[in-house]
Design a protein. Structure first.
Length: 238
């Protein structure tokens, strides 16, 4: 019983880390919440009858790519994706993908993310704009200034998100070499941003639930230790 409870405590501690990270990024634009997938570790010597040797564990983490709510900002450099897809940016060691369309212009006129990563055009290069002229971004990602087409934003989607792993809080990179980016079906909304899909109320409820489970498992560990102590004391008397 003590071993089972200790394994459960470890799994709940991992859950608390995930929930805490989700809560910390509840106001981060385009953030996708991390979830956990529970399973049982079964020891080779465990019998089917008694169930001993089965330990609860978090088998893997997964990312919830559900759409977040769109809200208006009025900033022409804020762009939200409505539907499946990602913005592509130039990372330190290759392309990265994000749902956070909170962009800005650098001092040399490059369109970048808030972290300074260059937003990619449809040919993979950086996007250069004139900060003194009006910027329009259409629903298909075409960027124009004073009626002249400058470039089209590179929008990517994937047949499966299983081959994507998080890079930092708000970027994804391809971990599966067989996974190739394709065209995205999402439409763009200028002057809007996608909110995090971490619901504050939901995160609070999950946090309370996991904490209660943690407390019960702590009591089980204490009870198991007391039972072992009492058994040793009784055997010593005999």
């Amino acid at each position: 019983m003590t071993s089972l409870a200790a394994s459960g405590l470890r799994a709940r501690m991992e859950s608390l880390d995930l929930i805490a990270n989700n809560v910390a990024n509840a106001s981060t634009g385009g953030y996708k919440a991390d979830r956990e997938f529970y399973s049982l570790y079964v020891a080779a010597e465990a019998s089917d009858e008694d169930g001993l040797g089965s330990m609860p564990v978090i088998e893997r983490h997964w990312t919830d790519h559900a759409q977040g709510l769109l809200h208006s900002t009025g900033n022409p450099l804020d762009v939200a994706l409505d539907g499946k897809g990602f913005f592509a940016v130039n990372g330190p060691s290759g392309p990265l993908y994000t749902r956070n369309g909170s962009f800005r212009l650098s001092s040399d006129g490059r369109l970048t993310t808030q972290d300074g990563l260059a937003v990619r055009g449809d040919r993979g290069g950086a996007i250069m704009l004139d900060g003194t002229r009006n910027i329009q971004i259409s629903s298909n990602g075409t960027v124009t200034q004073d009626g002249n087409v400058i470039v089209q934003l590179e929008l990517s989607d994937f047949t499966s998100t299983e081959g994507l792993v998080k890079q930092g809080a708000n970027y994804f990179k391809i971990s599966d070499p067989n996974l190739k980016p394709g065209s995205a079906s999402a439409t763009l909304a200028q002057g809007q941003l996608e909110s995090s899909n971490t619901g504050s109320a939901e995160a609070a409820v999950r946090l309370v639930t996991v904490l209660r489970q943690f407390e019960m498992l702590q009591k089980a560990v204490t009870l198991g230790a007391d039972m072992s102590k009492r058994a040793v004391e009784e055997v010593a008397k005999v």
